[in-house]
Design a protein around this ligand. Structure first.
Ligand SMILES: C[S@@+](CC[C@H](N)C(=O)[O-])C[C@H]1O[C@@H](n2cnc3c(N)ncnc32)[C@H](O)[C@@H]1O
Length: 232
């Protein structure tokens, strides 16, 4: 089957791949050709290999498909990723930032971290694993330089606080942050909109200027994505 590739209009390093039936899917250019990370489809077009990016498995892909206008991830960026898990979204960010950028991946659970090491870090030079608790950002202060952007997707009740505490130490002034609000890790019964609003208020109180808040439905029922700039 033949495919057509087009660059995403607003996001450098992100592509649309269309099939003969006219179905378009999000993709990134594979920085480690031949290697899959989470069973994603690989498609070769004109000597380049693309990885289809699944919005049901990555909240960042869901946010892009929900048309978030100002995703602050660019080639060459230095990124701190909190809650890296086994590297599904990390790997696509790594494709986007390329080898001139780097990504520090904080994860507190040994099992996904092992998969991150063997499936992602082993094949990508600039993806650095950090086995640590994101609630204690002081502990990895010495391991990284200030970053351009923090992406926070931790399964913890205090998500806005975790992002803010990390920003104080690790984010450069004027840097950006994305927070995937996992509402059901915060409260299992309260209205989603109330939980989202509260987390956003906590960010505002900690020197974040909010650009966008978007629900990730239909890809992800109980989560929202916040895009912000850090003025701290
Ligand atoms: C929803 S998963 C992240 C999925 C991942 N961001 C992706 O899109 O591929 C949340 C992750 O947060 C991790 N986590 C939970 N509490 C944490 C903490 N205090 N510090 C670091 N990671 C934590 C969990 O182990 C889990 O891997």
């Amino acid at each position: 089957m033949s495919h057509i590739v087009k660059t995403h209009k607003r996001l450098k390093g992100v592509y649309w791949i269309s099939s003969e039936e006219g179905i378009s899917k999000l993709a990134t250019l594979n920085l480690s050709p031949g290697k899959k990370v989470y069973g994603e489809r690989l498609i070769r077009i004109n000597d380049k290999e693309f990885r289809i990016w699944d919005p049901y498995k990555s909240k960042l892909a869901a946010a892009i498909l929900r048309n978030v206008p100002n995703i602050p991830i660019h080639p060459g960026n230095r990124i701190l990723y909190l809650g890296a898990a086994s590297g599904t979204t990390v790997s696509h960010i790594s494709d986007i930032i390329g080898e001139s950028g780097c990504i520090y991946c904080v994860e507190s659970s040994p099992r996904p971290l092992r998969e991150l090491l063997s499936n992602v870090c082993a094949f990508r030079k600039r993806v650095f694993p950090i086995f640590a608790d994101a609630r204690l950002p002081e502990r990895y202060r010495v391991l990284l330089e200030k970053v351009d952007m923090i992406y926070c997707d931790v399964a913890q009740p205090e998500q806005a606080k975790i992002l803010s505490d990390n920003a104080k130490i690790h984010l450069r002034h004027g840097g950006s942050a994305m927070l995937a609000i996992k509402a059901r890790s915060i409260n299992s019964t309260r209205k989603l909109s109330e939980i989202f609003k509260e987390e956003v208020e906590k960010l505002k109180a900690n020197n974040f200027y909010i650009n966008t808040v978007v629900s990730l439905r239909p890809y992800d029922k109980a989560n929202a994505m916040v895009v912000s700039e850090y003025k701290g």
